[in-house]
Structure formats: C-alpha cells, structure tokens
Design a protein around this ligand. Sequence first.
Ligand SMILES: Cc1ncc(COP(=O)(O)O)c(C=O)c1O
Length: 455
Amino acid sequence: MEPISDDPPAPRRFTRSNELQARLHELIPGGAHTYARGADQYPEFMAPILVRGNGCRVWDADGNGYIEYGMGLRSVTLGHGYRPVLDAVHRAIEDGTSFSRPTELELLAAQDFLALVPGADMVKFAKNGSDATTAAVRLARAATGRDTIAVCDQPFFSVDDWFIGTTAMDSGIPSEIAEGTVRFHYNDLASLAAVLESRAVAAVVMEAATALAEPEPGFLQGVRDLCDRHGTLLVFDEMITGFRWSAGGAQAVYGVRPDLSCWGKAMGNGFPLSALAGKREFMELGGLRTDHDRVFLLSTTHGPESGSLAAFRAVVHEYRTDDPIGKMERAGRRLAAGVNAVAADLGIADYLQVLGRPSCLIFVTRDLDGRPSQEFRTLFLQELLLRGVLGQSFVTSAAHTDADIDETIAACREAAAVYRKAIEQGSVDGLLDGRPVAPAIRRRAAPRRVPSEVE
Ligand SMILES: Cc1ncc(COP(=O)(O)O)c(C=O)c1O
C-alpha cells in the first residue's frame, strides 16, 4: 500500500463557479435544468459550473479540471466531444436540421434502431425519455381501455404527472392522476400478482434491471407471464440499460420481450434523442394503418431533427464496430476493485463501498451506525472534488482509460483517509464545509434552501 500523503491537496478555488451558480439561481428555478444536476446535489460551496469537456475529463469556470463520472446523467457512453459522432453531426446539419416532411435519415435511423432491438417492430423518435415513457402509458391505456399503471419501485420513469404524482414532489398534480399509478416490488412476483388481481392494469412499467438489482432467475419471465394472463402491456424502460447493458438494452441481455420499450440517454452520446419502440399491433394505433381511434403518439417539432439522428447512427456504428460496453465495464471493474481495496486497507470497508453493475457503479457512504448518510456522502464528494474527481456516482464511459481510473483510485485513497477521520470521530464536524446534499426529489427546498437576493 502506498503511503497516503498528509499534504492537503493543491488549492482549488470555486470562486467563479459560486458566482455563476448564484446568478443561475437568479435566472433559472433550481439553478439548473435538471434537479439531478442541481447545486444541492454537491457540497455547498463546491458546485462546479462547467465550461467544456473532452473524453472523460471536464473543466470548470475556475479552470479546475476533473475526471468525470456519471457522464451527463449517463447519456454519454463514448466520451465528451467524441470525434466520429461530432463529424457525423456536422455533416448532417450542414444540410439543414428541420424540414416540413420526413427525411431519408429518419428511415435509416429507424432501420438501425430496429436492427439493434429485434423485439421491436416499429419505433418513433422524440427528444426526452419522459416523452417516450408517457407515450407508452397513453398507448397502453388506449390499447387496453384501462387507466391504471403499475410501476416498479425504481427511482424514476418520467417528469409527467402519472409518475411525478407518486413522488414527494407532487405539488400541482391532481391526486386522482397519482391514484392511477400503483407500485409493486422488484424481484417480487407476488407483489405484482396482487396489484394485477386487485385492479385492471393497462401497463406494467419497469426497468428490467438497475445498477444494484439484477433479476432473479425467472423473475422477468414471470412478469411477462403475469402481464399476458391479465391482458396488461409490459413496458421496459431502457433509458439507463440501453447502450449500457447492451446496445439492444436489457431485453437483449435477459431475453424477455416487452410489448413496448422506452429509450433515451446514451442513444446520441449526449445529443438529445429518445424513442418509443414496440410491437406493431400497438404502435400502429398511433399511425394511419388502423381503423381504431387514433392515439396521439409522440408528435414533436424536434423529434426528427437531423443532428441527433445522425449522432444516433454514428453511435450505432461505434457499437457495431467497437466494444464500448466492454471498455466501460473494464473501467468500472478496475475502479470498484481499486476503491474497495482502498477502503479495506483503511479499515472502512463497512462504511464506504463501490457497488453495482460495472458499467453503472454507485458509491455507498454510511455513517458510524451503518446508515446511508448524506453528511458522509457530501464529505466524500467534497474530498473528491478537491482532488479532481467529479461524480455523484462512479458511472464510467468507454473514454475512461486505465490511467484515468488509477488517478481516480489515488484521489479516492486520500478522500477515504479523510472519511476515516470522520468515522473515527463519529461525525463530519470540522471536516465538511457547508450543508450536506439532499435527495433531488423532495417536498421542500430545505435543507438546502437558497436565500434569494431580495430576502
Ligand atoms: C430510468 C429513467 N427513465 C426515464 C427517465 C426520463 O428521461 P428524460 O430525463 O430524458 O426525460 C430517466 C431520467 O433520468 C430515467 O433514469
């Protein structure tokens, strides 16, 4: 084991970032365009405002560089500014981005997509993942004539009322909408059976797997069978699993075919694209080849914008000709092994752990009593930021090289030494600067309420 340096890390200033963050709070509610990107998700005086990225590295407004994890809320799998994707986008947008009729590019992108996802017969593109999951919900309701949606107890499916109404941040959402969404438990077929027996359910919406939870043998097939028995559509949310578990998503990994699936995030390596895909008999309800009442199924101005479709095609090409998933998994395995070894060396393996699927790692930060702790999480984030690592998770990309991972492990070794001090003294007092982070979706701004300039 290398000795841990007692020297404090080279000073990093966050002066400009803090000024910009204050101004962002003035102009944009929450000071960010995604709650998960909010300043309240970072140490209070250390929320970098970024100015550029390259590969797995990003730089902030004060000139600090970082190795980044999470990669644009998991939307970037090939690395920032990935040249072949940029070149494809440049070529496409030079000829215009939005027209009054479909382009050939839309057909080519649809062909690429359906070749990757053999369980799907048709696909429709949009910009946000939430649009796709909400479209799946509407389609399932129309196809079944039922209203209730059963969602798995997983973190997130949509910004729309049918899902946000079930969270702690349900202000402005009529309670009857939220009542139309019921929960069941992952890897618990009995809980799903109970829901399907008690109500007529239009769709079961779930991620086939998450970073921390793989399906137990027979679970997904059991879900499929229950849906078939009850005339309920099965919808897989492939937002995170798509292009991270496999190019064909979780359905390709676990071999269970949903009726509909919803895609987004990494489809365009950060360019905005999402998709609803599924079986022809359902998807056609949104088309012109039906005598049924038509379903208003994803009709957006920017849905077919050329730049993102060209990005998508370039991404598909990379997945066909290279092995980005192998690369990000390799990086993840090296990182998990390295950080967990550091924690074990320091005797804090019960408190600081890196867990999850290698392409989708998270870190768990526990307090002295073994409870997940926002204070200890914030301390770890703070110590990593001071040492040039930015990440709310340890989600890797294909751009994270062995050298990047080793540099991260070295930073984690020093950060973990501070963590150990906190464990030894029983609290983060004197070590953590400012208030701890808080869950992104919560009822009140407290405990990270930001004073307004007029107060
Ligand atoms: C599993 C899952 N589904 C759906 C969404 C919504 O996607 P978007 O933010 O593109 O609307 C997210 C976003 O984080 C997600 O993680």
